[in-house]
Design a protein around this ligand. Structure first.
Ligand code: AMP
Ligand code: ZN
Length: 475
């Protein structure tokens, strides 16, 4: 069955076929690691995960690069303001390398919680400075770049077409838009390739233009080229990347190699919150931890993402996320019921569902349609192991870790455990006794709790309490 994907470059859905053999070479713009990634960012990575999984389902192998931007992303995508990393480092009174290491770790922890597959190659900008310098030198040689007092800039007037990705008209935009007036720039939309470091900039490297650092757009072009070659299959990012970041990546690559680097450019629409923009000032840039505090698992957020097509806006509310949590639990329960089912279903029926599912995901990753088929199977009155296996097959694309349905449900039961006031009081009393090293009293309270049906476990993070009677009843 043909896989069709929407290409921002041609503004239409096209049949997908890798440029070379069976391997899909793909680049995804990754996080700038100056802060916690929020659920909006994770919508972009859930999309990336779905795309990976659908490509694999179609029998392709992957060589997928995702960058970690740990230098050079200025406050505005159009090269204005300060380097986000340096600003965060100053605010937190740390070194920018420490900031990068800290938020990169948390980013991958959260990617794991969302069961998002890790791209084959993770490329940190600061580890590819030499490749980036080569790229700028080539642009200089080819006559596409020039030096100003601030750095090295790309001259967009040297291109036959700019922009090519966004539908915008530069003349109109220049007349109306807020573009920084820089007398030294040849054209208002020329952008920085390489930035001369101010004295207090910590991340900087030797270059023919003094101590300096790469611009964000250049980083992606150089790392993509290094691992995937001058032309590869797919480039992904959020819709915010269309007018500036990806437009500039294309410009740079054309200046360096004469080619648009990727055949397909795919962009995921934004997540909104309560019908509006997510922003720090509104306090609605929620992290997965904030959701978890409200008993919404990362995987429930992933399922929530499947309620809209990736090319449409998705509106987040806690109410709808709680519904997704309930839906995820229902899916788990249905899977478990089917897995114990003894009924026999005709193979053609299973095959039909499979085909419908493939048709949906192969139509530009239509996840809402695919979920409709998942639910049809989950809700079958006839309980059959064949349906359970089919759901596991679907889960290769959904990535909801359905195989561990039982463990997730049990974990939730534990967390949901609401303790009566007198039990909380006893637990508090025991905590105090332990602080005073009154072991006899601590043990006495433990026994009392046990008699009331609560087990206690001391862990390195504190105390864990579980309802013993309930377990026995269940068992
Ligand atoms: P950043 O770390 O700011 O470079 O962003 C990482 C990724 O998240 C990029 O692909 C952005 O396009 C994407 N992104 C940022 N905000 C949102 C949002 N509200 N909804 C969806 N994607 C977003
Ligand atoms: Zn990028």
């Amino acid at each position: 069955m043909t896989l069709r994907l929407y290409n921002t470059l041609t503004r239409k859905k096209e049949n997908f076929q890798p440029l070379k053999g069976n391997e899909v070479r793909m680049y995804s713009c990754g996080p700038t690691v100056y802060s916690y990634a929020h659920i909006g960012n994770f919508r972009a990575y859930v999309f990336m995960d779905t795309l990976r999984r659908v490509l694999k389902m179609n029998g392709y192998t992957l060589k997928h690069v995702m960058n970690i931007t740990d230098v050079g992303h200025l406050e505005s995508d159009a090269d204005e303001g300060e380097d986000k990393m340096e600003k965060a480092a100053r605010k937190e009174n740390k070194n920018p390398y420490e900031i990068a290491a800290f938020y990169t770790d948390i980013f991958f922890r959260d990617m794991g919680r969302l069961n998002i597959e890790r791209p084959e190659i993770i490329a940190k900008a600061t580890e590819h400075i030499a490749d980036m310098l080569d790229f700028v030198k080539k642009l200089m040689e080819n006559g596409y770049a020039y030096e100003t007092s601030k750095g090295i800039y790309f001259d967009i007037s040297k291109l036959d077409h700019y922009p090519v990705l966004s539908n915008r008209n530069l003349e109109e935009q220049i007349a109306g838009a807020r573009v920084e007036v820089d007398e030294e720039k040849r054209n208002p939309y020329d952008f920085a390739l390489w930035i001369k470091a101010p004295k207090n900039h910590i991340m900087k490297w030797d270059s023919p233009w003094g101590l300096s650092y790469p611009g964000w757009h250049l980083e992606c072009s150089a790392m993509g080229r290094k691992y995937l070659g001058d032309e590869f299959d797919i480039h992904t990012g959020g819709v915010d990347h269309i007018p500036t970041h990806h437009e500039n990546e294309i410009a740079q690559s054309k200046g360096c190699t004469g080619k648009i680097p990727a055949k397909f450019w795919m962009h995921v629409e934004f997540l909104q919150v309560d019908g509006g923009k997510m922003s720090k000032s509104l306090g609605n840039t929620y992290t997965l931890d904030v959701l978890q505090e409200k008993h919404i698992e990362p995987l429930a957020y992933k399922l929530f993402c499947y309620t809209a097509h990736y090319r449409t806006k998705l509106n987040f509310t806690f109410e709808s996320a709680i519904s997704s949590q309930k839906a995820l639990n229902r899916l788990r329960e249905s899977y478990l019921l089917h897995s114990q089912g003894k009924e026999k279903v005709k193979e053609e029926e299973i095959e039909q569902y499979k085909q419908k599912f493939i048709e949906a995901v192969n139509d530009d990753l239509n996840m809402p349609l695919a979920m409709g088929i998942v639910w049809e199977v989950a809700r079958q009155k006839q309980k059959s192991e064949q349906f359970a296996n089919l759901l596991l097959e679907f889960d290769k694309v959904l990535g909801l870790d359905l195989e561990k349905a039982k463990q997730y449900l049990e974990q939730q039961e534990k967390e949901k455990l609401e303790l009566p006031a007198e039990i909380i009081e006893l637990v508090e009393k025991r905590k105090k006794a332990r602080e005073k090293k009154d072991w006899a009293e601590s043990d006495r309270i433990r026994e009392e709790l046990q008699q009331r049906g609560y087990g206690l476990k001391d862990t390195k993070d504190g105390m864990e309490i579980e309802l013993l009677q309930k377990k026995e009843n269940e068992g």
